[in-house]
Write a protein that binds this ligand. Structure first.
Ligand code: SAM
Length: 414
């Protein structure tokens, strides 16, 4: 009798937590019942509720507590200048647009604690674009994330990738290795608390030149992801650029997007957009100057450009450069050659996986990611990509769930 009451209560609490997760669009394979139980356990202790029963009563009657419970489910992992290539490409885009049209609208959704939209603001300011010419909107569901963005204070880990000159210009040092952004940076971003699945009208009345939507799709169910991508299709200007996370590019397959710029930027334009709309990028994922001729827009799976530069450099870097300009076939040849001589290079296996996926050879891509994981069981990007490929065949795959969980554990380890 007592046991069955406890079980009923646990079920009720789990149902409430699952409802919150569903509203955020989470994939139950990724935000599993175990995640929900952990969140419920943490909140019960934080609220000092003596029993499951009292916590269940509280969560039922108190909307504020449901918001706090939701916070426990949101993964706010982010840092300034997360990945180099997207910000290098943003610099190129801003420069090109600024010459054509002195106003730029950028959306960062989701923005976590502000790390990404502030990095965008810093990038544009460093390019000499005045704040009055830029509108940066940033969206997240997390109240805690937005509170941090408003405070503008971060730990050392959040700023580890900020180039020293930018750190000196845009951050003040605080005790214990913490930093605070300069107040003028805060004014350059408008923050909004909203669900990606249904953005408020204030954000949807005009289109955006650039949308950053990185590292959220991986948590969403197929239906929720489709809904968000549909919305971004509407919101992206005809010649706009959408940036996604490194493990998310494959999710745009079959949608009306074409890959744009270096492979490592994971940037897309509308597939009907012509090369006229954006002057093509001349920057590689590593931030080095790329071939002098214009790199054409490339559609996923249709390699196009031929490398113009062949200066001596390690094979892996050369292969990456080739992949960056869409020369997938040539990159693949170099990588296979490299792997023949050095079969234990995780990065080469991973890059070959990306190249094969971009070419549309998904089975081969899967094998490459599997080999990369065999060499380094904690290689998070390979774990994520493999999870997405596995989930593409079977959305309820426990294996995909396990791979995502392993990647999350690795990514949350400093
Ligand atoms: C891993 S962070 C990514 C932040 C940043 N874009 C980056 O790449 O560093 C994921 C963020 O998505 C937010 N999020 C998850 N589901 C959401 C939803 N349905 N609507 C709005 N934000 C959501 C979380 O609160 C979290 O801050």
């Amino acid at each position: 009798m007592f046991v069955s009451r406890i079980l009923r209560l646990m079920k009720l609490l789990l149902d409430i937590a699952r409802e919150l997760a569903d509203e955020a669009g989470f994939d139950p394979n990724i935000i599993s019942d175990r995640h929900l139980e952990t969140a419920l356990h943490r909140r019960r202790h934080q609220t000092r509720e003596p029993t499951e029963h009292t916590y269940a009563l509280r969560v039922q009657r108190d909307a504020e507590e449901r918001t706090e419970l939701l916070e426990e489910l949101l993964v706010r992992e982010s840092w300034f200048f997360r990945d180099t290539a997207p910000f290098t490409l943003l610099t190129e885009i801003a420069k090109t647009r600024w010459q054509r049209n002195p106003s730029l609208r950028v959306l960062s959704a989701p923005c976590a604690g502000g790390e990404e939209p502030y990095s965008i603001a810093i990038t544009l300011a460093a390019r000499g674009i005045p704040p009055t010419a830029v509108q940066i909107d940033a969206v997240d569901l997390s109240r805690r994330g937005l509170a941090q963005a408003a405070r503008g204070e971060y730990g050392a880990r959040a700023v580890h990738a900020v180039p020293p000159a930018l750190r000196d210009a845009w951050f003040h040092a605080r005790e214990g290795g913490h930093v605070a952004i300069v107040p003028s940076l805060r004014d350059r971003v408008s923050f909004h608390r909203a669900n990606l699945l249904c953005l408020p009208a204030i954000l949807t009345t005009r289109t955006y030149d650039v949308i950053f939507s990185r590292n959220a799709f991986i948590y969403l169910s197929v239906a929720a992801r489709d809904q968000v991508i549909d919305q971004f299709e509407q919101l992206l200007a005809a010649d706009g650029v959408l940036f996604v996370g490194h493990a998310e590019a494959a999710l745009l397959r079959g949608r009306a997007f074409a890959a744009y710029g270096p492979l490592g930027a994971f940037a897309f334009t509308r597939s009907q957009t012509t090369a006229r709309a954006l002057t093509p990028s001349s920057v590689s994922a590593t931030g080095t100057a790329a071939p002098t001729q214009a790199a054409p827009l490339r559609t996923v799976g249709s390699p196009s450009a031929t490398p113009a530069r062949r200066k001596p450099m390690p094979l892996l870097a050369r292969a990456r450069d080739l992949a960056d300009i869409g020369a997938y076939a040539e990159a693949g040849v170099l990588l296979v050659e490299l792997i023949t001589h050095q079969p234990f290079l995780t990065e080469a296996q991973y890059l070959l996986g990306l190249v094969r996926a971009a070419e549309g050879h998904l089975t081969e891509a899967r094998r490459c990611f599997e080999r990369a994981i065999y060499l380094d069981p904690e290689h998070a990007p390979s774990l994520r990509h493999l999870a997405l490929l596995v989930a593409a065949g079977d959305n309820d795959s426990p294996m995909a769930h396990r791979l995502h969980a392993r990647a999350s554990r690795r990514e949350s380890t400093p």
